[in-house]
Design a protein around this ligand. Structure first.
Ligand SMILES: C[S@@+](CC[C@H](N)C(=O)[O-])C[C@H]1O[C@@H](n2cnc3c(N)ncnc32)[C@H](O)[C@@H]1O
Length: 220
């Protein structure tokens, strides 16, 4: 299975979209993202990578951001996002590993529950650093590597978990904390904020252990 195309299968996209909207209001991970992003100047250029169905981009538009870009590998999600955002935002196909924009294009890169799908975190981090301007911010929420370490990987190193009370099965590579916060990452970014929480979207609340990790990192 190609990990980046799993949301193109009809049921997964539809189920994900419906449950995500239903779950949005009480989502503390989204509150973390919104609190940090709303502090930045609204004329800055913002890209949401792995933007999914565009719920967060719609929230950034409501905050007053005027230069919004979204990329995602799923054609279905891109179409849904374009419908939600209208023509004044740029929504196109793209991945973390190949961000279809020039160097220093963005003041803000944001991503919610998408970076952990990357099979090549070093390349993804390099690409994010390339398109971010100096002093620009990466504001992210990822599946918590601690929760992921409790899963048994398949022969390709992928784990499968479910979201939204078993309704949406998803597969992604098992990553460690140092895959994300590697020496290369720490050479290019300063970590400003970390936020661990047990979100209700993932069906993995083991003894209250965090299943999600939010962070803000500033490009040097
Ligand atoms: C759990 S969904 C999250 C969607 C959206 N950010 C949200 O919070 O609702 C994961 C998203 O990551 C996208 N994705 C998967 N692999 C990716 C990759 N290599 N680069 C960028 N996005 C990817 C999927 O298509 C999907 O839209």
């Amino acid at each position: 299975m190609r990990l980046e195309n799993q949301y193109d299968s009809g049921m997964t996209a539809k189920e994900y979209s419906a449950h995500s909207i239903e779950n949005a209001a009480g989502d503390i991970g989204r509150q973390f993202l919104y609190r940090h992003i709303s502090a930045y100047p609204k004329e800055g250029r913002l890209i949401a990578i792995g933007c999914g169905t565009g719920l967060d981009l719609a929230a950034y538009k409501k905050m007053g951001f005027t230069h919004l870009v979204g990329i995602d590998p799923s054609e279905k999600f891109i179409a849904e996002t374009q419908t939600l955002l209208g023509n004044d935002s740029e929504i196109r196909r793209g991945t973390f590993e190949e961000i279809p924009y020039d160097d220093d294009s963005f003041d803000l890169v944001t991503t919610r529950f998408a970076l952990h799908y990357s099979k090549d975190i070093p390349k993804a981090i390099k690409e994010i650093g390339r398109v971010l301007k100096k002093d620009g911010a990466l504001v992210a929420v990822i599946s918590h590597p601690l929760a992921d370490s409790l899963e048994t990987p398949d022969r390709e190193g992928n784990i499968t978990i479910t979201l939204f009370k078993g309704n949406v099965p998803i597969t992604f590579p098992q990553h460690t904390l140092s895959d994300y916060f590697s020496e290369e990452f720490l050479k290019d970014f300063d970590i400003r904020s970390l936020f661990e929480y047990c979100g209700t979207e993932q069906d993995r609340g083991v003894n209250g252990l965090p299943n999600a990790l939010g962070f803000v990192a500033i490009k040097r």
